[in-house]
Design a protein. Structure first.
Length: 78
């Protein structure tokens, strides 16, 4: 009778330990997901900023000085 009782207590303890470990892993995964979501927001905002910079730098009026912005320039060859 004592053997059955001790086996039952050991099994309950093992199940409790396994549940605690599983809970810890779940919490770690949730924290990792939160970090990934924060990084995704940062990457998206950086992507939008770089797209805006690219659009601004790619505009011909921005590349030429104001005096020659309306004129077409052709390189002279010798």
């Amino acid at each position: 009778m004592f053997f059955r009782f001790s086996c039952a207590v050991v099994m309950v303890a093992m199940i409790s330990f396994a549940a605690a470990m599983l809970e810890s892993r779940i919490q770690d995964f949730r924290q990792e997901l939160n970090r990934q979501a924060e990084r995704m927001v940062a990457v998206k905002s950086e992507y939008a900023r770089l797209r805006a910079d690219t659009r601004q730098l790619g505009a011909p009026a921005r590349l030429l000085p104001p005096a020659t912005a309306g004129k077409a320039t052709t390189p002279t060859r010798r």
